[in-house]
Design a protein around this ligand. Structure first.
Ligand code: GLU
Length: 489
């Protein structure tokens, strides 16, 4: 039985195999990516395989380009899958829509085994099942059909679906989730859901079981929205006589105490964060911590370090709250570690997008590397180079400054005369010049440095100190701005 997709012998050694099974419905949501990350880390930690499967059976939710997004996200995030649509190791196809014949074959097999049955009920009949709350629980009507009746209807070409045959009466289906512990659902609370639709496409309820089994998945790691349907899926494994996988369900990521993180609440997707200048390694590091904590509580870790530290007992059962400020902080830490060249290379599009033109961005990048948390902070830090005409003396009266205007004016005057004959226009020399000017005039060096920094930029928060700003602006522009500020006080 070497045909791809053949039923595996249950004697096959259960090598650890996890999968990431995104649906191509748009951008890669941070919650989905975290699921993929945990599945990846678990596989790698245990020397196993990480498989990518595209779950595209729901044609209505399919979004053009979404599959490409899945690939590019995994590549950028460094989650290198061992098997997937473009890496078939004999378990393919890895795209559900290409597996359509398999689902039919297995659904029919399940009917033979008694775990499922054909249903020919039409829409009207199904509608009529609604109870006073509008709930339409299927009543197993078609389970009564004899084999001959079923065959006759099939021969007639009557449209049909295949439904799961949930055991009747008392009893429950239980399993032990590695995160949530024991989970049980009574048969009475389950429904004979559709496994194969009338168009021959499987529902998630069926496809996840068939595929996980055929792909030899030993650990199913996915969102907790599937926690309570899993007992039902396990009944399918049992009916087929297949070994159940081990499950790990992950709690949702929340925006706050009551709201789930979702597209509706801002940009909770990987691509948007990348576009805003977050580094992939910082995003991955941060989202790993949403629901998992290493034993030593470390926060900043490379992917390799996280794999090393990964363990299921560190996974939290409670929902985690996405804290963008914390991810910004972490990203800033990663930016500081970049080489100057790398920072400049990554920051270049943001410098180019700023209003400042004609400046030496390479030099400015050196200043900014330790002063921005995300790359998209760059334009707001350098726009002062272009925008200056609005300088307003009131900035000195701001509560954060509280500089006496007389002192400000004097500081600027002193600086102008100290700088006018200066030829060595470098940060170091400029700094010493300001300090010397302060001393010579019995002023505190801070007074001059603060006043000049603001006079040069028109901003309270600047990417560097007075001497650094002056160096970047160059002599002519520095003197021009100091004189302008002087005239405005
Ligand atoms: N396609 C499903 C989803 O995106 C995957 C669920 C699973 O991992 O089994 O929610």
């Amino acid at each position: 039985m070497s045909r791809p997709g053949a039923i595996m012998s249950d004697n096959v050694t259960r090598r650890v195999r996890t999968r990431f099974a995104p649906s191509p419905t748009g951008f890669m949501h941070i919650g989905n990516l975290r699921t993929g990350l945990y599945a990846y880390m678990f596989a790698k930690k245990n020397g196993g395989d990480f498989i990518l499967r595209i779950e595209d059976t729901d044609q209505e939710r399919y979004v053009e380009g979404a599959v490409e997004k899945i690939y590019s996200t995994l590549v950028k995030a460094g989650l290198d899958y061992d098997e997937g649509p473009d890496k078939d190791k004999g378990f393919g196809p890895y795209v559900q829509s290409e597996r359509k014949p398999l689902y039919k074959e297995y659904a029919e097999k399940l009917v033979e085994l008694g775990g499922a049955y054909y249903c020919f009920c039409d829409k009207e009949r199904l509608e009529s099942l609604a109870d006073e709350n509008g709930v339409k629980k299927y009543d197993k009507h078609c389970l009564q059909l004899s084999r001959e009746e079923v065959d006759a209807k099939l021969a007639e070409g009557k449209p049909y679906v295949i439904r799961q045959n949930i055991p009747q009466g008392e009893g429950e289906s239980s399993y032990n989730d590695l995160v949530f512990g024991d989970v049980s659902v009574a048969y009475a609370d389950m429904e004979d859901t559709i496994l194969l639709k009338s168009d021959g496409m499987p529902t998630y309820n069926f496809a996840n079981v068939v595929d996980d089994h055929l792909m030899g998945i030993t650990y199913v790691i996915r969102g907790s929205e599937y926690l309570s349907s899993t007992p039902k899926y396990n009944l399918l494994y049992d009916s087929f006589g297949w070994e159940r996988p081990v499950y790990m369900h992950l709690s949702p990521i929340m925006k706050d105490a009551t709201r789930k993180l979702s597209k509706r609440f801002g940009d909770a997707n990987f691509e948007d964060f990348i576009a805003r200048g977050f580094l992939p390694q910082a995003i991955i590091n941060y989202i790993a911590l949403l629901g998992w904590c290493p034993k030593d509580n470390r926060e900043k870790m490379t992917l390799a370090e996280m794999i090393e530290a990964f363990s299921t007992d560190g996974i939290s059962i409670s929902a985690s709250i996405f804290d963008e400020m914390k991810m910004r902080w972490l990203n800033g830490e990663y930016l500081k570690e970049l080489s100057d060249d790398e920072f400049y290379r990554l920051g270049k599009p943001y410098f180019d997008a700023s209003k400042a033109k004609g400046y030496d961005f390479k030099k400015i990048a050196l200043l900014l590397k330790t002063r921005v948390d995300i790359l998209s902070d760059i334009p707001s830090k350098v726009d002062f180079l272009a925008e200056y005409s609005e300088f307003d003396q009131n900035i000195y009266l701001h509560q954060k400054m509280k500089v006496d205007l007389e002192v400000a004016k004097k500081s600027i005057e002193i600086s102008i005369s100290a700088l006018e004959n200066l030829t060595d226009w470098t940060n170091q020399v400029l700094f010493e010049t300001f300090v010397a000017a302060a001393e010579a005039n019995a002023m505190k060096k801070g007074q001059i440095l603060w006043v000049v920094r603001i006079a040069l930029t028109g901003q309270l928060v600047t990417p560097g100190g007075a001497s650094e700003m002056a160096e970047i602006l160059g002599k002519a522009e520095t003197l021009k701005r100091l004189k302008f500020a002087f005239s405005r006080i």
